[in-house]
Design a protein around this ligand. Sequence first.
Ligand SMILES: C[S@@+](CC[C@H](N)C(=O)[O-])C[C@H]1O[C@@H](n2cnc3c(N)ncnc32)[C@H](O)[C@@H]1O
Length: 303
Amino acid sequence: MTLLSSSFKSGPVRHGVMDKPELYGRYSGPIEAAAARALDEVWPLLRWSRPALPVLDIGCGPGDVAAKVLAPWLPRGTKIVACDISAEMLRYAQANNSLPGVVAYERLDVTDALQLEQSGVWRRGPYSKAFAFMLLQWLPDNRLALGNIYKLLAPGGEALFTIITKICLYEAYEKMSQDPRWEPYMKDWPNFVSPYCPSEDAAKDFQELLQSEGFEVLHCSVRPEALAFASEEQIKVVLKSVNPFVNRLPEDQRAEFLEEVFQRFCRMNGMTKDVDPMTRETKYNFNYMSMTALARKAAKLGL
Ligand SMILES: C[S@@+](CC[C@H](N)C(=O)[O-])C[C@H]1O[C@@H](n2cnc3c(N)ncnc32)[C@H](O)[C@@H]1O
């Protein structure tokens, strides 16, 4: 066992744990761009304390956003603690997105209240900011995560969330779960649907949840988001990397299963194409509805 693999031990299998970092990180440019757009949207609202406290990137995945978006964007000298529940993600992040002295990787299940104060993430806190890009749609119970994030923040600390609220992948999963070929492997498909998908007003529901956990909401909006990839093949790779069912299938059925997911996704306009007017290159858009929210923990009196 290498030093890296022993430092990030896998825990029990939980919903939302992603185990294909190389696939998810292979075409990370459009994913980094979406994180940068969210940062840009709320940047003027953020407050920076002196001396600088560390910031947290929760559900950091392969580490591209921490190392390539947050590190260059944040005020000079800001330390980033990037954490994920997935040992595979952390091993990959450490090997491919290591920025010694700037980014430290730690394992954390952000929904686990019992272990929080024993974790490496807790020891390195409190934090001036928590970033959770594309994380909360994976967690059936967002309240548990928000309670822990609140505890990890310093008084006056801020949390930025981007969350998929709707994506036609969910309809594809529902339909495929009714097909006798795939049904045995997809019985729990509703657990992989964003908790905001059934909501009539996702922004209102999320704001109320944030407020009930003690946060002041500074911004919360839902809008269509498109990740612009360079080819259909790249979108297939991303769809595979986030697919929670494919590992359960016999190997000789996986390609057929993934092709059907892709075809259904395209038929419902999950992927659309357009031509970049400047470069004349075709862009392959990965479409979904995205919520961006910024919330602040109350500052203690006198601070
Ligand atoms: C869609 S990826 C987002 C990765 C990265 N934030 C980005 O924007 O590219 C979601 C990540 O959240 C992690 N995750 C899922 N459940 C988690 C939990 N309970 N605690 C911490 N991380 C979790 C997954 O392992 C995965 O790496």
